[in-house]
Design a protein around this ligand. Structure first.
Ligand code: MEZ
Length: 555
């Protein structure tokens, strides 16, 4: 089947090279979304408790978690092990950027991360970061593109901040040592992305997020930030009067709970692709289980566009070991075409991600997909076109990560097209925040993928690496400016939720946050009797304060 279809693909290549990309009309694009995009297929429901109760829908998997109980035993009494000024939860790009922005503040900062510093969706990001650096580009154009791409559902205040800070952020990353690709004349190489009206995506080959996280991680390791690695956030604490005052962490190595009192808490816990909505594979890292959404919701923070997820059109469909892994959109932006089993190019490759994903799902649903030997289906990404269009060796030079990944399975994408199918990639919605990253709960800030509103209901490529670096730092500045006084630690919000849950008899008996994907089979176990010695932190990685970050907002 695959061989027959490959012959058809090769037979149409010459003719496809000459053709204009098929662009669906607005009406056709809407129809595609309604009929085939997973967000629109009725796989969602109301949540019956909390700030969004009965007002909007969530995917069932997320709704179940929002209606579930905590891992904390009911008789757990928080007793403080660590006192800090700022507790950052999450060790990806947003959390690390926030920690760096606080370095000069004189505040004590703890950063807790469920896995290790850097283990995050940031390192999985391949194709780039947007910045309006092109000669005819501007933050207004960037704004307009992202607003149209987000179906006009973006919070314009947040989007404006994002677009106006792109150039400054690239400079900041450069000062940290981040190496983004340049042209021979030293200017940044700018690529196009789906929905960008001009080239605006900067990249480090096909491992941009890894390169950005590399420099952020190095800088955090040199900073005064106190790291609590392998400490998962179990619950937020509050003062009983609406202020978040710390968190209970699970020290996964020692197996005990650690109570942290903080004047401010920042959630930078990332996304939720590992919830594998509707059984979709994911491009996300192991820890992306939506923990921050659950914790903030219990503190009364509304979620915006919690129904909206991004299914990246080019997830790997074959070989089986790579299923769900990202094949960057940039590969499509420089010429790889999306082709069905009949050798037909059925849609332009730079259509908005949601529309392209829906079109691929339609091809498979209507039996124009290619069956894999592992009983999946996908469509072709005609990767050999890249070298045909751009010159021999381009694919290997510009996308070494992807080439290497496929070569491990005896597939050379420069010679042989690869099979793709949409993969769960990004949580478009999340916790409602204002332009300073403040949530609705006093003392609680949030930044990065855990937040919602910025990207509307369809994020454009490259705007998430920008989001985490712009808003991680901005929220940290706001924390520094508006730091509340220390208040008592209680579990008042959790106890209120527990009372309400008693009235919902048919909810699923789950505990949340989930911490790890269910299929990973990792046990959640801690001994609540065994309390941490104070302090429990491993300070060995926190070096002397030799690192001097540039002023993030200096022009
Ligand atoms: O921002 C993204 O999601 C991104 C850069 C993905 C990609 O295709 O590489």
């Amino acid at each position: 089947m695959m061989e027959d279809s490959l012959k058809k693909l090769e037979a149409t290549r010459e003719q496809r090279l000459q053709m204009e990309p098929p662009i669906p009309s607005d009406a056709d694009a809407d129809k595609l979304l309604q009929e085939f995009h997973p967000d629109y297929l009725g796989m969602e429901r109301n949540v019956r408790v909390g700030p969004n109760a009965d007002t909007c829908k969530f995917p069932r998997e997320l709704a179940d978690l929002l209606e579930s109980d905590s891992h904390l035993p009911v008789d757990f009494e928080p007793s403080v092990n660590i006192e800090t000024d700022v507790l950052i939860l999450g060790g990806g790009g947003a959390g690390a950027s926030a920690a760096l922005a606080l370095e000069e503040s004189g505040l004590t900062v703890h950063l807790a991360t469920k896995l290790r510093l850097g283990d995050s969706n940031t390192v999985m990001a391949e194709g780039g970061i947007q910045a309006s650096l092109g000669a005819d580009d501007s933050s207004r154009r960037h704004f307009a593109d992202a607003y149209v791409g987000g179906h006009g559902n973006n919070n314009p205040d947040l989007l404006r901040v994002l677009c106006e800070n792109s150039a400054d952020t690239i400079r900041w990353l450069g000062n940290l040592g981040c190496m983004l690709d340049r042209n021979e004349d030293g200017t940044f190489r700018l690529r196009s992305g789906g929905g960008t009206s001009m080239p605006r995506v900067l990249a480090c080959k096909d491992y941009t997020g890894l390169e950005i996280m590399r420099v952020l991680k190095d800088a955090v390791m040199l900073s005064n930030t106190r790291l609590l690695q392998e400490h998962a956030a179990v619950e937020l604490l509050d003062d009983g009067a609406g202020q978040v005052t710390g968190a209970v962490l699970w020290d996964r190595n020692k197996g005990n709970l650690v109570t942290v009192s903080a004047r401010a808490v920042m959630l930078a816990t990332g996304g939720s692709g590992q919830l594998r909505l509707q059984g979709f594979p994911t491009s996300n890292h192991l820890g992306a289980t939506g923990d921050g959404l659950i914790l903030a919701y219990r503190q009364g923070c509304k979620l915006v566009h919690g129904e909206s997820y991004q299914y990246h059109p080019s997830g790997t469909a074959y070989p089986e070991a790579l299923v769900g892994q990202l094949v960057t959109e940039s590969i499509r932006s420089i010429g790889a075409q999306v082709v069905n089993a009949e050798g037909e190019r059925f849609i332009g490759e730079m259509a908005f991600r949601d529309v392209l994903a829906a079109a691929i799902i339609r091809e498979v649903a209507e039996k124009r997909g290619v069956q894999t030997p592992t009983h999946r289906a996908g469509v072709w990404l005609d990767t050999p076109l890249i070298d045909i269009i751009n010159g021999e060796g381009t694919l290997r030079r510009q996308f070494p990560g992807i080439v290497h990944r496929f070569e491990r399975y005896q597939i050379d994408p420069a010679e042989q097209p690869i099979l793709i199918y949409p993969t769960l990639h990004y949580q478009n919605g999340g916790i409602q925040v204002d332009r300073e990253g403040r949530t609705e709960a006093k003392g609680l800030w949030a930044a990065g993928e855990v937040t919602g509103g910025l990207h509307g209901t369809n994020r454009l490529m490259g705007n998430s690496l920008l989001d985490i670096t712009v808003f991680g730092r901005r929220a940290a500045m706001s924390v520094q400016k508006d730091l509340p006084l220390r208040r008592p630690v209680t579990l008042t919000c959790l106890n209120r939720l527990r009372d309400r849950l008693k009235n919902i008899s048919d909810r699923r008996e789950l505990l949340s946050p989930q911490f790890f994907p269910t299929q990973a089979g990792m046990k959640v176990s801690f001994d609540k009797q065994k309390t941490a010695e104070s302090p429990t932190a491993d300070f060995s990685s926190a070096g002397p304060s030799t690192y001097e970050p540039p002023d993030p907002f200096a022009k």
